[in-house]
Design a protein around this ligand. Structure first.
Ligand SMILES: NC(=O)c1ccc[n+]([C@@H]2O[C@H](COP(=O)([O-])OP(=O)(O)OC[C@H]3O[C@@H](n4cnc5c(N)ncnc54)[C@H](O)[C@@H]3O)[C@@H](O)[C@H]2O)c1
Length: 377
């Protein structure tokens, strides 16, 4: 199956996205510049295409070099987008992409990780043309909370359907499907330490249990510790959880959660993987100072003193970097919500005062209503 056939199959499995895309496609976006900093895998194609169809000038960079699919970049360029991304690009090249996109004077930013917004916030000249932005990830929102924003940013991640369905169910399910494939071991009876019990960690723990694992949660917030207990998980300090964990999953969205000083606590044969937005949750630079060799695709053995551990997908977002990514039909809702959010951004974004604002609930009500109609038919 070639790229075009796969894209056609994706379209067949995403009818809700197609319905919402029609509304965006029908708009006159000539003279409008929209910059995307998103995961450049197949599933974001219909979202970007809808904006292109309205005649906007579209600038595309990657929010994570480990999730770029080169065919997606070529395809979007053929459709008229200006793209600066390739899989595995070096950090300098990645950084240069953000500077390039901002120099084109985008009016709207659609982001996963807030790389453009936070850079624009530090340079008033670059921020000048920006009317409004939209942020789709929890990590991006945390970064924006620490910035002084000269333009409005809509927090799309906070939509209950995004957090409740995408972050929780999709990531949890796909993480373990990918794990079974990459590691070639099951989860039966294994202790899985989940670091971070936000919606993503909750899904990861829940689906691990469904596959026979014993989830142990490490979480800083007392309210989420309570939620974990009520869901039947053990809650432990990191130092107690690591020595017994067969699998360690980071899902915090923070850098350096598992560092050199923790490595001696890891069990011999432990698997390490990350599903948070940052590729630095596991300090892979420190891990790779120890002898390392690749044993299977996306699986490296790291020889620590007295033990060996397995690093999966080099610490990048495991479900996206090592697997086929999210199932198309389930991502249908996510992409439809993204498009509905984009429509709101383009229509109303400039009316908000500078700063971070929740995406209004009406955006997801409309999509949920359409989804109900589709499923009923
Ligand atoms: N892999 C994917 O496809 C995917 C999809 C959606 C979101 N994400 C990313 O996953 C991450 C988590 O998302 P979320 O919605 O659950 O975020 P969240 O912020 O709601 O939850 C993160 C949790 O981690 C906890 N935490 C922070 N530092 C910690 C530490 N050192 N030890 C233990 N716990 C700690 C926080 O208290 C919080 O409860 C974000 O980076 C998000 O962008 C990934």
């Amino acid at each position: 199956m070639g790229f075009r056939e796969e894209l056609e199959y994706l379209r067949q499995q995403t009818p809700l996205t197609a319905r919402v895309a029609e509304a965006v496609r029908g708009r006159d976006l000539r003279g409008v510049r929209v910059a995307f900093s998103v995961h450049l895998d197949l599933k974001t194609v219909p979202v970007i295409e809808a904006v292109l169809a309205g005649g906007a000038q579209v600038l595309v960079v990657s929010c994570n070099p480990a999730t770029v699919r080169d065919e997606v970049c070529s395809y979007l360029a053929e459709q008229g987008a200006q793209v600066r991304a390739r899989r595995g690009m070096r950090p300098e090249e990645w950084e240069a992409g953000f500077a390039w996109a901002l120099r084109q004077g985008p009016h709207y930013l659609c982001e996963m990780g807030a790389d453009l917004s936070t850079r624009a916030a530090r340079d008033r000249e670059l921020a000048g043309p920006v009317r409004a932005a939209m942020e789709a990830t929890g990590t991006g929102v945390q970064r924006l909370q620490q910035a002084v924003l000269p333009f409005p940013v809509l927090d799309w991640n906070a939509l209950p359907l995004k957090e409740g369905l995408h972050n929780r169910h999709l990531v949890g399910l796909v993480t373990w499907i990918t794990f079974l494939d990459v590691a070639r071991v099951t989860l039966y009876g294994k202790r899985v330490a989940v670091l971070g019990y936000g919606p993503v960690g909750q899904g990861v723990a829940e689906y691990a249990r469904l596959l026979g694992a014993l989830p142990v949660v490490v979480e800083l917030r007392p309210d989420r510790q309570l939620l974990a207990r009520h869901a039947g998980c053990e809650v432990q300090e990191l130092e107690r959880a690591l020595p017994r964990a067969d699998v360690v999953v980071t899902a915090t969205g923070r850098d350096g959660v598992l560092r050199e000083e923790h490595f001696h606590l890891l069990r011999d044969g432990a698997f390490l993987l990350n599903v948070g937005h940052s590729n630095q949750e596991l300090d892979t630079e420190a891990l790779r100072r120890h002898p390392t060799r690749c044993l299977r695709p996306h699986l490296e053995e790291v020889r620590l003193p007295g033990r060996r551990v397995y690093l999966l997908a080099g610490g990048a977002m495991f479900n996206l970097a090592a697997g086929g990514g999210d199932p198309y039909d389930a991502f249908d809702l996510t992409a439809a919500l993204l498009l509905a959010g984009l429509q709101h951004l383009l229509d109303q974004g400039h009316r908000y005062p500078p700063g971070l604002h929740p995406m209004p609930a009406e955006v997801e009500h409309r999509v949920a209503y359409l989804a109900r109609q589709l499923h009923a038919s």
